[in-house]
Ligand binder design. Structure first.
Ligand SMILES: Nc1ncnc2c1ncn2[C@@H]1O[C@H](COP(=O)(O)OP(=O)(O)OP(=O)(O)O)[C@@H](O)[C@H]1O
Ligand SMILES: O=P(O)(O)OC[C@@]1(O)O[C@H](CO)[C@@H](O)[C@@H]1O
Length: 315
């Protein structure tokens, strides 16, 4: 079973628009609503892969009830933590040329009692889990050390931890030795405090996160592919994509692909890349099913193209 923890889930609204003209009324040509938040998406992708998952998340207000209904309709088991504040709604504006603009709300502030209940709920679910994926930003009320505390507590129970967060919350958790962290290029650059221009720069930065405590680093580099660095070495994986429809949740789909394939080594990296490539070709944050995957299109190599300039460098 793969347990996911999403401290700040969301109701994701995606509008497809011809183009984004500031100051104008923009008429959407398509609209969809998805249950969101990074861990929620990992659960959706794990379930789409046919594996058991439980999603732990605070839920509040009418948007929270809708998130619960949508997850129920998708057959996803939820361990809800009722909270007084309303779950946030995040907006994605997907333009016809593939550019996506996202507006993420801060979400409710959790009280001390809600914070405790969230930790307790994770602790109660943890014993049955092969992996716990702790994902996304922290809501107000949770200190940057929250993930670090969570990792320390559940690691003691022998459960493997995947962590996908950024900034101080990521840095603080590294010392607790998460089994894998999944930064994207911007998060990796922020973590090492340097720009990333090449795949080699990303590999060096991933190595530094390992030195700081991460056992493995799965870095997602958008259109450039993915890099896995662990105690056995480094691998680079990529898959061509003809047309990107929405990259919302592509990183979450990748992490799910990595975990359902064992969470270790080049085989799991290939699965992560296949899931990422499939996710970007689906609307909104729809997660791929096995039929959407094209494993034959994925290449994984131990000869990391260190001199390759990133298509989307991080300055
Ligand atoms: N334009 C693209 N073309 C091909 N593959 C892509 C593209 N964008 C993303 N991918 C695939 O999806 C993976 C995850 O994308 P990305 O690095 O953007 O994740 P992310 O920023 O964590 O996303 P999110 O936070 O929305 O889940 C990439 O590593 C790659 O495999
Ligand atoms: O604000 P956070 O927690 O960093 O990210 C939240 C979010 O952008 O992440 C998911 C895509 O990865 C979306 O479902 C959701 O809206």
């Amino acid at each position: 079973m793969i347990l996911t923890v999403t401290p700040n889930p969301s109701l994701d609204r995606t509008y497809e628009v011809p183009s984004l003209d500031r100051g104008e009324v923009v008429r959407a040509t398509g609209e969809r609503v998805d249950p969101g938040g990074k861990g929620v998406n990992v659960s959706r992708a794990v379930a789409a892969a046919g594996r058991r998952t439980v999603a732990v998340l605070p839920l509040g207000g009418a948007p929270g009830a809708l998130v619960a209904d949508l997850l129920d309709a998708q057959g996803i088991e939820v361990a809800p933590v009722p909270v007084a504040g309303a779950t946030r709604s995040n907006i994605a504006l997907a333009e016809a040329d593939g550019v996506l603009t996202k507006i993420n709300a801060p979400g409710p502030e959790l009280t001390a009692a809600e914070r405790e209940l969230l930790l307790d709920t994770v602790r109660r679910q943890a014993p049955g889990a092969d992996w716990i994926a702790c994902c996304g930003s922290l809501p107000r009320g949770l200190a940057p050390s929250w993930y670090a505390e969570l990792v320390a507590r559940v690691h003691d129970a022998g459960v493997r931890i995947a962590l996908d967060t950024s900034g101080p919350a990521l840095l603080a958790a590294l010392r607790e030795r998460p089994d894998v962290v999944k930064p994207n290029a911007a998060e990796l650059a922020e973590a090492v405090g340097r720009p990333l221009a090449t795949v080699g720069d990303a590999m060096k930065a991933a190595g530094e996160l390992r030195e700081a405590g991460a056992r493995a680093v799965l870095a997602s580099l958008g259109a450039d592919g993915q890099l896995l660095v662990d105690e056995d070495g480094a691998w680079f994986g990529a898959a061509p994509v003809d047309a990107v429809r929405s990259n919302v949740g592509a990183g979450d789909s990748s992490l799910a692909g990595f975990l359902v394939a064992g969470g270790r080594g080049p085989g799991a990296l290939a699965s992560a890349v296949a899931h990422g490539a499939a996710a970007v070709q689906l609307p909104g944050s729809v997660m791929p099913t096995p039929g959407d995957l094209d494993p034959a299109a994925v290449t994984v190599t131990a000869e990391v193209p260190v001199d390759r300039v990133l298509r989307e460098p991080v300055s």
